[in-house]
Design a protein around this ligand. Structure first.
Ligand code: SAH
Length: 225
């Protein structure tokens, strides 16, 4: 008999997350709860719980479950933190952050994706704000943030993010070349010092914008819907 989506999700959590070192019980509970298959296009639903990123719409992808969980764990959201996500995409990572109690604003540069993320979040009862804008410059009018997560990769950490981070805050996201990036955690200590740690290689779509990649430079990387 075919496994149900609930069974597939449970197996994803055990085999892809618990078995590979995700230990935060709140992150594991959020990954057990949010129906990832509702955040991917119908034609890819059968693969929603596979161990990989999947194409969603307009050239974007939904990140691999392990990456979503790692980033959520590194952010250490306890509840109520003012959080900025850059790259809303499907809204799935945003849903996980909301489950953890983040007070979330998520920014997406592609208008129709922003609408999809907004719909997906509303439909599941999450009241994150979704804005359509260039998130490579952060969101100065709403700063400071306790947490910043970017899910598209810039060539280097946008200065705007560090500037808009509150003392005691954390930034997580992939930084590097177009081909491969390093998952980076930046912490701002209560006295304002900035610490940086790296958590291994990863591959994300480019962060396109003022403090990210120039769209023209990316012309060799054509993507298909
Ligand atoms: N977090 C998403 C996956 C994001 S894929 C999810 O859970 O589904 C990366 C997204 O970043 C894409 O949707 C892309 O359009 C968006 N993006 C790229 N550059 C951006 C920018 N400067 N500002 C906001 N979003 C951007």
């Amino acid at each position: 008999m075919r496994e149900t989506y609930e069974e597939l999700r449970e197996r994803m959590v055990r085999e892809q997350l618990e078995a590979r070192g995700i230990t935060d019980p709140r992150v594991l509970a959020a990954m057990r709860k949010v129906p990832r298959h509702h955040f991917v296009p119908r034609r890819h639903r059968a693969f929603a719980y596979d161990d990989c990123a999947l194409p969603i719409w307009f050239g974007a992808t939904i990140s691999q479950p392990l990456m979503v969980a790692m980033m959520a764990e590194l952010l250490r959201i306890e509840g109520g933190e003012k959080t900025l996500e850059i790259g809303a995409g499907s809204g799935y990572q945003a849903a996980i952050l909301c489950e953890l109690g983040a007070n979330l604003i998520t920014v997406e540069r592609v208008p129709r994706l922003a609408a999809i993320a907004q719909n997906n979040l509303r439909r599941h009862g999450y009241d994150a704000r979704v804005l359509c804008a260039d998130g490579s410059i952060g969101l100065p009018e709403e700063a400071p943030f306790d947490r910043i997560l970017f899910t598209a990769s810039p060539p280097k950490m946008p200065k705007a993010y560090e500037d808009q981070l509150a003392p005691g805050g954390r930034i997580v996201g992939p930084v590097g070349s177009r081909a491969v990036q390093e998952l980076v955690l930046v912490e701002k200590t209560p006295d304002g010092r900035v610490l940086r740690r790296e958590y291994g290689g990863c591959q994300f779509l480019p962060l396109v914008g003022e403090q990210g990649w120039d769209e023209k430079e990316l012309s060799n990387y054509r993507w298909e819907e």
